[in-house]
Design a protein around this ligand. Structure first.
Ligand code: ADP
Length: 561
């Protein structure tokens, strides 16, 4: 056997620090703008950011943090959070981003499970830290992301570790530091799933997976990032690394703008206009707020070209309004924490873009096409791969260099034949477009057939009087489950149950039309803004559908019969 001929190229590891180093060196004067907790707008450059990230690395090393240890953040999108991303991973520590919207008990669980050495926090979360500190005895110190003048009053009793001041730590360092050469397979970030389906589980990324993901995210058929962009990530840096924008931005040399804690329509709109934003990204709920603001004020975007919408299904109505009324391209994206998170994005090929508008729309409403780095398949209950015909739906499995191999500190492998089962149910059509019909736990099983709760919700939110809708399964004596629609009305609008049900005519198969509608003031959401179906199903556990009452009288399957 002949020995394979090895290539003769430099073996440069793909490290997270190389992304910032590249931006600092080649786009040194490009700006990073942040709306701060202190109330003002902070501006500096990639060059400044790298120096400060190095100061942070020095400060953490001086505190005794060792490579491989976890340093957590509880923070909004801002320049200090970005420094934390690079100042930790840069010397081999692991940046553990925590979602502050989780319940304190869940946060304490995560901090203890991750064994975080230090936690950096925005002063907004001072009271939360006071609650967490006694429950997290192994944390060696809590670092407030502010200067001495903005230090929040905090509890110091019961032998708690010290609360340190970020800017004071930074002042003690000169930033003269060389990023060490790391093994690209070393851990970079630790992100926990939001626990919509049980206890949070940790996904531990590598430097290599983070850099490859950044390349993928920046591609033209993904977020299409370039040095001509001003990017505003609304998606939080504590939610799957803001979908990779803090890495793909420096890779592309794009200007970054961070919104801080105010994510209401007015605050976001003003920032988008004043900073001439070209590209943004966020979950549908955020765009709901922004669209409401635009509708109320008659405001228009003057620079926004495109936005990535994902995290949960983007309602087709939202896509139409943004594109037709505001001229903003919507890139519908699908992914998950376990995938760093990007999997698919809806972009058309040249051939698809020649098709009639209605056909193009239908494609763009789906979750899109896999980007290089992600392979996917759908499988039936017997584990066999299903055809890509747009009709067959099954469990979605993925694999690739930025998909997890296993969960942090869990023995069992989640993989099935080398593929990661996503827990989503989907179709893939002959155009290779993925369409998520549901999470496997949310799908409604009516008489042996499946109803997509997402489709049913999408029709409801297209009604002008509906602000938000959730479709859940209700027990049914004849059909096992039937859909119930739970609706929040738009302020100042009205609609009756029967009007809303009539609105479904011709839009979905007859048997997909919900059996009943309940109007509520608000719907429960998870910490990442997704509908909390589990809670909703609990709330409506004893709800009896009118159709169930009728059928239970003459259905032989009911227990009473
Ligand atoms: P968690 O699993 O912790 O709630 P993630 O943010 O990782 O949080 O969520 C991943 C899940 O979100 C996916 O498995 C899928 O169910 C849902 N999701 C993400 N993007 C979309 C989308 N564009 N359309 C439909 N569902 C989506």
């Amino acid at each position: 056997m002949t020995t394979p001929l090895l290539g003769q190229m430099m073996d440069v590891p793909l490290t997270v620090s190389s992304l910032l180093a590249h931006a600092a060196r080649h786009f040194g004067s490009t700006e990073i703008v942040s709306r701060r907790i202190e109330g003002d707008l902070h501006r500096y450059t990639y060059r400044d950011c790298e120096t400060r990230a190095k100061q942070l690395a020095q400060a953490l090393l001086a505190l005794g943090v060792e490579p491989g240890e976890r340093v957590a953040t509880l923070a909004w999108n801002g320049y200090r959070h970005l420094e934390a991303y690079y100042g930790t991973t840069g010397f081999g520590a692991v940046c553990h981003t925590i979602n502050p919207r989780l319940f304190p008990d869940q946060i304490a669980y995560i901090i203890n499970h991750a064994d975080d050495a230090y936690v950096l926090f925005d002063t907004t979360f001072a009271a939360l830290v006071d609650t967490l500190a006694p429950q997290c005895p192994r944390v060696r110190g809590w670092i407030a992301l502010c200067d001495e003048a903005h230090r929040p009053p905090m509890q110091t009793a019961d032998g708690r570790p010290p609360v340190l001041c970020y800017e004071t730590l930074m002042d003690g360092q000169d930033g003269r530091f060389d990023w060490p050469a790391l093994d690209e397979r070393q851990a970079s970030y630790l992100c926990y799933t939001s626990g919509t389906t049980g206890n949070p589980k940790g996904a531990l990324y590598t430097h290599r997976s983070t850099v490859l993901h950044a390349f993928g995210a920046a591609l033209p058929d993904a977020m299409n990032l370039s040095a001509r962009d001003a990017v505003l990530p609304v998606v939080p840096m504590f939610h799957v690394n803001a979908w990779g924008l803090p890495h793909a931005g420096p890779l592309a040399g794009a200007k970054l703008v961070f919104p801080g804690k105010d994510l209401d329509g007015k605050s976001l709109y003003e920032l988008m206009e004043s900073e001439r934003i070209t590209c943004s990204a966020g979950v549908p709920t955020v765009w709901l707020g922004l669209l409401n603001y635009l509708r109320e004020t008659g405001a228009r975007f003057s620079s926004l070209e495109r936005t990535v919408i994902g995290g949960s299904a983007c309602p087709p109505a939202m896509l139409r309004i943004l594109e037709d009324d505001y001229g903003v391209q919507v890139i519908h994206a699908w992914g998950m924490t376990e995938m760093s998170p990007l999997g698919t994005l809806s972009k058309l090929t040249w051939e698809q873009s020649q098709r009639p508008l209605a056909d193009r729309r239908k494609l763009l409403e789906k979750q899109g096409h896999a980007i290089y780095g992600v392979d996917m398949k759908i499988v039936g209950e017997d584990g066999r791969e299903l055809p890509w015909d747009g009709v067959a739906f099954g469990d979605l499995h993925v694999r690739g260099p930025w998909v997890i191999d296993r969960y942090f500190r869990k023995e069992d492998s989640p993989l099935v034949d080398g593929w990661f089962p996503t827990g989503d149910v989907a179709t893939i059509d002959p155009d290779s477009f993925l369409h998520i019909t549901d999470r496997s736990k949310d799908v409604i099983k009516s008489g042996g057939e499946w109803i997509s709760s997402i489709e049913v919700e999408n029709v409801a939110v297209a009604h002008p009087a509906v602000a938000e809708a959730a479709c859940i399964a209700c027990a049914h004596p004849k059909w096992t489950e039937r859909p119930l629609l739970v609706v929040v009305k738009r302020a100042g609008h009205d609609v009756t149950r029967d009007e809303l049900l009539a609105f479904y005519d011709g839009k979905v198969a007859k048997w997909w039309i919900p059996d009943d509608v309940v109007f509520v003031d608000e719907l429960p959401h998870t910490a990442t803004g997704k509908l909390q179906k589990l809670k909703l199903r609990d709330l409506f556990r004893d709800y009896v559908l009118p159709s169930a009452l009728e059928d239970s009288r003459n259905c032989p399957l009911t227990p009473e019969a």
